[in-house]
Design a protein around this ligand. Structure first.
Ligand code: FAD
Ligand code: NAP
Length: 338
């Protein structure tokens, strides 16, 4: 059922804890409901955007327009291919509930993505990833509603242009579609991915690499290192890890032999952890007014209490300039700045 909230407070709807408002917030259950609402509404020319759990958005001002928010949470097995099980989940389902339900069904593929805050509908947008896995690896197709034509369509994963924290939803389809449900292809065959950092070791401490043990290990590593937005406002990694040309990375390696370097999307580039660049620039644990850099992970900017979006931006710009002057690399926000 459609629910319209005028002059909606966003304070409890963004993990940075920014006190902003939206002119209107519209909750919808599914694509058909939303299509009917959009076709009938009289204020079609104002800006319209989608918000899930607000875990990857920084509000720098009030949102003047309509924010759409899916509250549909259906989850169902809808089919089988040769060796995969297809699961359909509505966009409003909490991502970690989705992962948990897959694990309870004995389905492999989502376990490394345990405990990522947010909704199923947002997962394809930045192709959420962690501990060597990405949502794009298990997405089969994405069910969309076009905000202008109000037509429904299904986009196969191969057309979603999934890349490192990237997809077509951040480019050609940005602001044009609402993701109403996602279809996943998961495996009944065990396929543990344990190559990332301490994951293998932490899983082994719990026993064999079962789905449950991998989920517990990931959740444990995360909670020891990452700030809980309920305690301190943040949106996870504020910056993307820069992908830099090999030659540039070699130059930096000569100056900083201890600099970590990981494979990039192509063989011509490598990924350098932005957290390392920021820490090396002396920002870990630092503050600028009410905005700060998290003490345990320099990639995460935090709201130390009462910060505005502009406070966070001022800190992020100071860090960006400093890193650029020290390393010649311009780091870019991963967080959506509104
Ligand atoms: P929102 O923040 O509400 O929206 C994010 C973007 O997606 C916006 O552009 C929005 O318009 C768009 N969007 C949302 N829903 C829809 C929809 N239904 N249709 C179309 N567009 C939509 N990210 C990772 O990749 N890996 C991590 O390990 C990770 N860890 C995190 C840890 C913490 C503590 C926090 C706070 C964040 C972390 N994040 C991580 C970032 C965040 O969890 C993800 O980006 C997540 O997908 C955001 O979900 P959301 O529902 O809150 O999306
Ligand atoms: P970490 O393990 O300290 O590693 C720091 C960075 O180095 C990560 O960003 C990671 O890139 C890269 N890295 C480390 N080991 C790697 C490997 N074996 N192969 C490729 N890249 C490697 O990072 P962390 O902060 O504790 O986060 C752990 C995981 O959770 C990471 O995958 C991270 O992306 C994810 N995470 C994401 C967010 C977010 O908001 N986007 C927030 C918290 C955690 P990748 O980021 O590409 O993995």
């Amino acid at each position: 059922m459609i629910k319209e909230i005028e002059n909606a407070s966003l304070l409890g709807r963004n993990s940075f804890g920014i006190d902003a408002k939206a002119s209107r917030l519209v909750e919808f259950g599914n694509a058909a409901e939303l299509a009917a609402y959009l076709a009938a509404r009289g204020h079609a020319d104002e800006s319209t955007a989608v918000i899930g759990g607000g875990n990857n958005i920084l509000f720098t001002e009030d949102f003047r327009g309509t924010l759409l928010h899916c509250v549909g949470t259906d989850f169902a097995i809808t089919g089988n291919t040769k060796n995969k099980v297809i699961v359909r989940a509505e966009a409003g389902l909490d991502w970690d509930d989705f992962v948990n339900r897959c694990i309870n069904l004995g389905l492999w593929g989502a376990e490394n993505l345990s405990a990522i805050p947010g909704t199923v509908g947002a997962a394809p947008v930045q192709n959420i990833g962690a501990y060597g896995a990405e949502a794009g690896d298990i997405i089969h197709s994405v069910e969309l509603l076009d905000m202008t034509t109000h037509k429904e369509s299904v986009l196969a994963a191969e057309h979603c242009c999934f890349g490192y924290r990237d997809s077509i939803f951040k480019h050609a389809l940005k602001g044009r579609v609402v993701i109403c449900a996602v279809n996943f292809a998961l495996s009944r065959e065990p396929s543990p991915i344990l190559g990332y950092g301490a994951l293998e070791h932490e899983t082994a401490k719990l026993g064999s690499p079962t789905l449950e043990n991998i989920r517990r290990a990931v959740t444990g590593i995360r909670s020891a290192k990452l700030p809980d937005p309920a305690v301190i406002g943040n949106a996870g990694s504020f910056f993307k890890n820069p992908l830099v040309p090999l030659r540039k990375a070699e130059e930096l390696k000569d100056r900083f032999p201890e600099m970590p370097v990981y494979p990039g999307d192509t063989s011509e580039e490598v990924k350098i952890p932005a957290g390392w660049l920021i820490e090396k620039s002396g920002w870990k644990g630092a503050s600028l007014g009410r905005a700060g850099v998290y003490e345990k992970q320099a990639l995460i900017l935090v709201n130390r209490g009462g910060a505005t979006g502009k406070d966070i931006i001022a800190l992020s710009e100071a860090i960006t300039e400093d890193v650029a002057s020290k390393f010649g690399i311009r780091i870019e926000p991963e967080v959506n700045i509104w």
